[in-house]
Design a protein around this ligand. Structure first.
Ligand SMILES: [Fe+2]
Length: 304
């Protein structure tokens, strides 16, 4: 029984036309379907039908995030486990509710976000053959991240959401940011794969999202992404820079609807026996932006 990966985020986009243009042509995701109020997108190296759904909406923000589980039976297993753990609002989403998707289990975490688990989704491939493939397909545009990487969600009960992912789904904690007395979690970085975070949780406005992180392959790709942001008048929040926490290389920026995105590379390998690294608020500047040693106010106060 296992969660394989962060498979999907659904983002609300009030600035609809510009946001669809940005996600397709500037960030460089590939459209795979659309209906009246949604556009379905995938990063090029993902094989499943979609990983990002844009939703026409009145305000920016996160509709839900979803993890793909390894087997169809995992839905029953985790549904039972969530109910036994005392999780609120555990429901089923029927097959066909979204384009190309099967049934899902939906629940709400203590920080307020809706999370889904799913197994069935149409496989469309990554545009490359499985025998003697080239390193990337033709026709990529924009920053062209190969995959969705991670998400940072906000809320009051950082410990509650972190414990739920560790206790129910077997996530591990790569790093944590605590108060100087070490008594309270300000943020946690949790992994189920082998990167320092598949999901991170930070103290902040309940039910909100801080950013959606997309993978790029190296620092040169990060530099090229910054060029594309400048060229397309994308509002950069911070970077290019390095994180102390996770050691990742990063740029934060905003989509035209006000949802913060990140392009990210680097970091280190994590294993179930990796020790948890602790940062204290005394060194939060280097922890978050290692080169600058301080965090801009917008970064800590703007959520969607
Ligand atoms: Fe991030």
């Amino acid at each position: 029984m296992a969660i394989m990966r962060l498979g999907r985020v659904q983002l609300r986009c009030p600035n609809w036309e510009k946001s669809v243009h940005y996600y397709k042509n500037v960030l460089g995701l590939i459209e795979t379907a659309r209906d009246e109020n949604h556009v379905y997108l995938k990063a090029w190296d993902e094989r499943d039908h979609h990983s990002v759904i844009l939703e026409k909406a009145d305000s920016a923000g996160l509709d839900h995030l979803a993890f793909k589980v390894e087997n169809a039976e995992d839905l029953d297993y985790y549904e039972k486990k969530l109910i036994e753990y005392g999780v609120q609002e555990v429901d089923r989403i029927p097959a066909g509710y979204r384009i190309a998707e099967g049934e899902a289990v939906r629940f709400r975490v203590p920080t307020g976000q809706l999370v889904e688990l799913y197994h069935e989704i149409e496989v469309v491939g990554n545009g490359l053959p499985l025998v003697n493939p080239d390193p990337w397909p033709d026709g990529l545009v924009g920053m062209a991240p190969p995959r969705l990487d991670h998400l940072l969600i906000a809320g009051d009960d950082v410990e509650g959401t972190s414990n739920l992912f560790m206790d129910v789904f077997g996530f591990n904690m790569a790093e944590r940011l605590v108060t100087e007395e070490g008594e309270e979690y300000i943020a946690t970085w949790l992994f189920k794969t082998n990167t320092p975070h598949d999901l991170a949780v930070i103290k902040g406005p309940q039910g909100k999202v801080h950013h959606v992180g997309f993978w790029l392959d190296d620092w040169n790709e990060i530099r090229k992404a910054a060029d594309l942001m400048a060229k397309n008048d994308v509002m950069i929040d911070a970077g290019p820079t390095r994180h102390g926490i996770t050691r990742g290389l990063t740029i934060y920026f905003f989509d035209p609807s006000g949802n913060r995105n990140e392009v990210y590379t680097g970091g280190y390998m994590c294993y179930p026996d990796s020790p948890t690294v602790t940062w204290t608020t005394a060194d939060i500047g280097r922890g978050i932006f290692y080169f600058e040693g301080e965090v801009n106010e917008r970064f800590t106060t703007v959520f969607s």
